[in-house]
Design a protein around this ligand. Structure first.
Ligand code: DCP
Ligand code: MG
Length: 422
């Protein structure tokens, strides 16, 4: 069977957090703006092009960014607003695109294969981009090409405020002169290794035999080799708000112990939030469920700004439970679920300016990664031991497949949201 050439769009908002701040305060237009925590230990989340001219870039330590650009206006994050605008853009895309994937808080992949029969893919994408900019007020760029990798690289080249088409026959010519850094997956270490071998451009990288790349970098080497040749069969995975992770407990003996149940929610949320962070995901919706002894089941859910932090999620789960638990009746089952998942890592320092908090999370997650999810728990969650011992069965479900391991490791290594190649 002849494989049909696909038409894949990658759209990414320009200087997303900064652009939202500019919508709320037009005085920030044309000025160097940095979004990041005030503490020296924080890193840059987003920065305007005026700040980039001084060498500032995302994930750079704030201290360094301020040293490079002392006149920059530094703003603490407003995750609430960013989440609202992120949803607004997703809603517009969802209305127009046949298949789309929300890849992070500000980027989407669209599979518009076949659209050319009606409009022409470039025209269709152009109109969608115009609509997004008009309705949200935010600048956005896109790349249109034959697969996700090439389109993502094209978006990077189109920025700021641009659009690029890379047709099938031009893929090699487009990639060749670009720096190897532009290949998603090439982190700092791989970059320096390849640079030390005199490899600077994707074109040169493409001349290295596949076997050599594999022996040099293992499986990763093979994947990089493919990307350098513009090969990427990965499908656009339809985004669903309903994909979720959750946890449920059924009690052997039904209970009315509210304090114990609060502790149980703490422990369940803590475990799930750790799972989010480990998989580099954020949630934007919490659902709590209770079942009374007579099997009456009630659920309540709340949309929240994107997060993966237990100290933000625990109060939401507890509050939902308090609102649900109105009839002083015995409870048979409780559950909590996170949905509206996207890929991403929240910069804690943006919102909580205590570096102790950042370090606490890092330390706790490290212990859990090494010794297992139960290695360390909140004190309030510990008393729930009693309750847990009575647990007849505990069920953890995952309604979607775990993301590719390789990508997780790469994301962790580069500690960035998604631009591995910058
Ligand atoms: N982000 C973050 N920490 C990072 C990287 C990103 O908090 N290390 C947040 C802030 C960004 C948003 O994610 O605004 C989107 O990330 P991008 O990499 O797309 O960066 P920008 O949208 O800011 O800039 P660009 O115009 O290059 O896309
Ligand atoms: Mg962006």
């Amino acid at each position: 069977m002849v494989q049909m050439t696909r038409s894949i769009v990658h759209m990414d908002l320009d200087t997303f957090f900064v652009s939202v701040e500019r919508l709320m305060n037009s005085k920030l237009m044309g000025k160097p703006v940095i979004i990041g925590g005030m503490s020296d230990r924080g890193v840059v989340s987003s920065c305007s092009y005026e700040a980039r001219r001084f060498g500032v870039h995302s994930a750079m330590p704030m201290k360094m960014a301020r040293a490079l650009c002392s006149e920059a206006i530094v703003i603490r994050g407003d995750m609430d607003a960013y989440s609202r605008y992120s949803r607004m853009v997703t809603d517009i895309i969802a209305e127009q695109a046949p298949v789309y994937e929300k890849a992070s808080i500000d980027e989407h992949y669209l599979d518009i294969t076949g659209m050319d029969r009606f409009f022409g893919c470039m025209q269709w994408s152009h109109e969608l981009r115009q609509r997004i900019m008009k309705e949200s007020g935010l600048p956005i760029s896109y790349g249109l090409s034959v697969n996700k990798t090439v389109s993502k690289i094209a978006t990077g080249e189109a920025k700021p405020n641009g659009e690029i088409l890379v047709p099938d026959r031009q893929v090699q010519g487009f990639l060749s002169p670009l720096s190897i850094r532009k290949i998603p997956m090439i982190g700092n270490r791989t970059f320096h290794l390849l640079r030390s071998m005199g490899i600077a451009t994707i074109g040169t990288l493409g001349q290295i035999p596949m076997e050599m790349m594999e022996s040099l970098l293992g499986k990763n080497g093979l994947a990089i080799w493919k990307k350098a040749h513009g090969i990427d069969p990965a499908p656009v995975r339809q985004y669903s708000e309903r994909k979720s992770i959750g946890s449920e407990r059924t009690f052997q003996r039904d209970t009315m112990d509210v304090a114990g149940l609060h502790d149980l929610f703490t422990a369940m949320v803590e475990k799930l939030a750790f799972q989010l962070r480990r998989e580099e995901k954020l949630t934007s919706c919490v659902t709590v469920r209770i079942r009374y002894s007579n099997f009456d089941t009630h659920t309540l859910q709340r949309r929240i700004p994107y997060t993966s932090f237990d100290h933000l999620l625990i109060p939401v789960a507890r509050e939902l439970f308090d609102r649900l638990y109105q009839r002083r009746m015995l409870i048979r089952l409780v559950g909590v679920r996170f949905s509206g998942l996207i890929r991403g890592v929240q910069q804690l320092n943006l919102f909580e300016d205590t570096s102790e908090m950042v370090h606490l999370y890092l330390a706790v997650d490290m212990l859990r990664k090494r010794y297992g999810p139960d290695a360390i728990k909140r004190a309030s969650g510990i008393q729930l031991h009693d309750l847990e011992e009575r647990t007849a069965h505990s069920q953890e479900q995952q309604a979607h497949p775990a993301p590719e391991r390789r990508q997780q490791i790469d994301n962790l290594k580069s500690r960035r949201w998604r631009y591995w190649y910058r």
